[in-house]
Design a protein around this ligand. Structure first.
Ligand SMILES: [Zn+2]
Length: 758
């Protein structure tokens, strides 16, 4: 299967065109010179503007510039917008100036990057999951620049971008070509985006096998090998670190005819989509894959699926679909596009969402253009520029209509124009008008989506009813096309109920592919529009008690019947059989993609009437404990997780991280420290949770003062909590340097969590 060039598809009025235009405003609001500032600084050129803040001046400097190149390239192809194209050319010109300053052809925004890369070349490697030689994921960062330059060439044909990226690639070969396979695998312990994928792209563009060889060497064996064996060992891993690697495996597999690499990618897709994905198409909690058997963590967390993960799952789905044109890849693509990607953009400000909380009655926060520079802003800039990429595809002359999005395909090479008119999902009828310059015989295939569940599709060609063949879950219309042909069809939608993949009794509703949600209150939407603080991307307003959420009382499993259509054209539905306390409740449902600036509920607990009381009691107790801890909390670090550790300026010597069950931990014979924020100087105590073992013994110092153990509590899961009291002078400080050091000849033990408590 092949894609049409993005530039040959134009969106017509509708949801996606609106989102595209909103994204253009956000893209143009960013200041190019500020995005370029880290690159100029590292190239030794005088500053033209101050660099942006947030992740752009705390170590990941320049990552946004790489995404920006991709976004401008995609948007140029998708719309032909001249302002966007001018930006792209300006950006490339400036980056070229930076590259000309360096005899080796290096460009990068990483602070002190050039020196660090030389250390790597000389075999001095210190890699941890989110750092490399003390820098914040530099390969992840430079991958964005590689990808941006490749996109500028691929989507707009810019030859200068092509020359620049090959120069940069040759600099890279000069660094990594010196390393052994073993050394490269050590480096790859550090998050590295899709660095293997870009080298596969370069091999494909140039035909030079040296790049393919580098792509293979840059593929992380610790992740590849279990996947080749069909093993899902993903629990506990940082999700968005893994997905781009797998996109690379797929591409390299295809270029080198390596079936086992392609199968590894297919298996990964199957297990992530089948076992780890919720209704909106997203996966993971607090950036990590949780246990497949329990979504409890995700259901109770503020930090649900990350948008970057789905951005990358869409890339992987697209690549797999082109290799193996099976409908399931498009079914997922459609689901994730409507329910996660489209919904991750604020329709007014264009702000992007990082975490979509799945916790009932929580909310999401949106980025602000001049303040927020997270990963999900970077991928977000690209997301809304590529809605046209898979609406249509082709196999030779045969055309596939994959998605029901108003648009026009202008296939110059084939002499064909295909116009799609539809109000979908606000209506079920669609019309395709195919115009052809010279009469020809071929097939048009229309996808019969999974959510039709076998319902018949009425098809008319030029107003006449037509029977059709089905081929690979697509409707096939094979005929001799001449002049103008009108194809009309109807996609009947109905309400469907979907339980969690784990089988836990929680259900989410969809209408056709559109996930429905209930709009809840607007109380305490703290940080709804994120500031530039390190934790600004998380909805930190109060967690509302889970035990106050209504429960769906289902005598049997036929829960789909509890939703009634109020107004199909406006996508309004009503859910009944809800019970709160002893009262019955009815709730209006709407598409999740249209729900903003409020708390919401996507998943409903299902129970039979007999077990209601015990469920309520249990939920109440659990909730009281969680909320008490939450309201008492001043600051929290989940150890061994990338973002919390980076946000709290982690330092360490001789410690490492790992996963035990659902716990992430840090520990070892050395020491580690964090800077905790004592907000309003309200902390009175420090709480350390750990999984003890025979050799664990540590000392806790705060700002250099040794603290004494106040009390110790044991949990039923084998973890212990030790509470240390802060003395009065320490409690009056805004920042506390908390350091855990192993006792002599001992280890710290597996430390899971550190909290400052009131
Ligand atoms: Zn992200």
């Amino acid at each position: 299967m092949e894609l049409f060039p993005l530039s040959s598809v134009r969106l017509e009025n509708g949801l996606f065109k609106d989102a595209q235009e909103t994204a253009i405003r956000y893209i143009l609001a960013l200041k190019t010179d500020r995005l370029l500032a880290p690159y100029r600084r590292e190239a030794g050129l005088p500053a033209k503007a101050e660099s942006y803040g947030n992740w752009e001046n705390t170590g990941l400097d320049g990552h946004m510039g790489g995404h920006y190149l991709s976004a401008l390239s995609l948007m140029t192809a998708a719309t032909g917008n001249q302002l966007i194209k001018d930006r792209l050319n300006y950006m490339l010109g400036e980056l070229k100036r930076c590259q000309e300053q360096d005899p080796d052809g290096y460009i990068g925004g990483i602070p002190g990057g050039k020196e660090m890369w030389k250390e790597i070349r000389d075999g001095k490697i210190d890699a941890a999951s989110f750092s490399l030689n003390g820098k914040w994921v530099p390969i992840y960062n430079i991958h964005k620049l590689f990808a941006g330059l490749i996109d500028a060439y691929y989507y707009t044909g810019n030859e200068e971008a092509k020359q620049m990226v090959f120069k940069l690639a040759d600099w890279w070969l000069g660094i990594f070509g010196e390393l052994t396979d073993q050394q490269i695998q050590t480096v790859l312990a550090s998050e590295h985006g899709g660095i293997n994928e870009v080298f596969a792209d370069l091999a494909q563009i140039s035909g030079n096998p040296e790049y393919l060889r580098m792509a293979q060497r840059l593929s992380h064996r610790a992740i590849l090998e279990p996947l080749e064996d069909g093993k899902d060992e993903l629990t506990g891993l940082h999700a968005n670190t893994q997905i781009p690697k797998v996109i690379g495996f797929e591409k390299i597999g295809a270029l080198s005819d390596s079936l086992s690499w392609i199968n590894a990618a297919r298996f990964f897709w199957e297990t992530v989509v089948g076992n780890r994905t919720v209704s909106i198409g997203g996966n993971s909690e607090s950036e990590h894959f949780h246990s497949r058997n329990s979504f409890e963590k995700m259901l109770s967390s503020r930090e649900g699926p990350e948008t970057c993960n789905t951005y990358n799952m869409l890339k992987l789905s697209k690549a797999l679909y082109l290799q193996h044109p099976e409908r399931k890849y498009i079914d997922y693509y459609e689901r994730a596009t409507y329910n996660h990607i489209l919904s991750s953009q604020h329709p007014g400000t264009g702000g992007f969402v990082y975490f979509t909380s799945i916790r009932p009655n929580h909310y999401r926060v949106y980025s602000q253009a001049q303040l927020s520079f997270w990963c999900c802003v970077g991928s977000g800039l690209e997301n809304h520029a590529k809605y046209g990429e898979l609406i249509y595809s082709h196999k030779g002359k045969d055309i596939y209509v994959n998605l029901f999005i108003p648009s026009t395909l202008n296939w110059e090479q084939g002499g064909i124009k295909l116009h799609q008119e539809t109000r979908f999902p606000h209506g079920t009828a669609s019309e395709l008008t195919l115009e052809i310059a010279e009469a020809e015989t071929f097939s048009v295939f229309i996808r019969k989506p999974d959510w039709l569940e076998g319902q018949h599709v009425n098809l008319l060609v030029n107003g006449k009813n037509m029977s059709y063949k089905e081929e690979g879950e697509y409707i096939q219309i094979n005929r001799r096309w001449e002049g103008k042909t009108l194809i009309s069809f109807d996609l009947p939608m109905r309400v469907r109920a979907e339980f969690l993949p784990s089988g836990e009794p929680w259900v989410s509703y969809s209408y056709g592919p559109i996930v429905l949600a209930a709009k809840k209150g607007t109380e305490d939407l703290k940080g709804l529009f994120a500031d530039d603080k390190r934790m600004g991307h998380i909805g930190s307003g109060a967690l509302l008690p889970m035990d106050k959420n209504p429960i769906l009382v289902a005598p049997d499993q036929d829960v789909a019947g509890f939703v009634h259509t109020l107004d199909a054209g406006n996508l309004r539905f009503e859910l009944d059989h809800l019970c709160q306390g002893n009262a019955e409740e009815k709730i209006t449902l709407q598409p999740f993609f249209s729900l903003h600036d409020a708390r919401y509920t996507l998943y409903w607990r299902v129970a039979d009437r007999h077990s209601l009381d015990s469920i309520n009691r249990e939920a109440h107790l659990h909730e009281q404990r969680q909320l008490a801890l939450d309201s008492n909390m001043v600051d929290l670090i989940a150890l061994g997780e990338q973002q919390p550790e980076a946000d709290h300026h982690m330092q360490q010597e001789e410690t490492y991280t790992g996963v035990l069950g659902d716990y992430h931990w840090r520990g070892g014979p050395g020491w580690f420290s964090y800077e905790l924020n004592n907000k309003n100087q309200s902390a009175k105590a420090i709480y350390i949770k750990q999984i003890p073992d025979a050799v664990s013994c540590y000392e806790l110092t705060v700002d250099g003062q040794l603290l004494r153990k106040e009390k110790q509590l044991a949990n039923t899961d084998g973890s212990i909590i030790v509470v240390f009291k802060l003395n009065a002078p320490l409690a009056r400080r805004d920042k506390l340097q908390v350091k855990v050091s192993a006792c002599v000849d001992k280890e710290t033990g597996k430390v899971v969590e550190i909290r400052l408590l009131k």
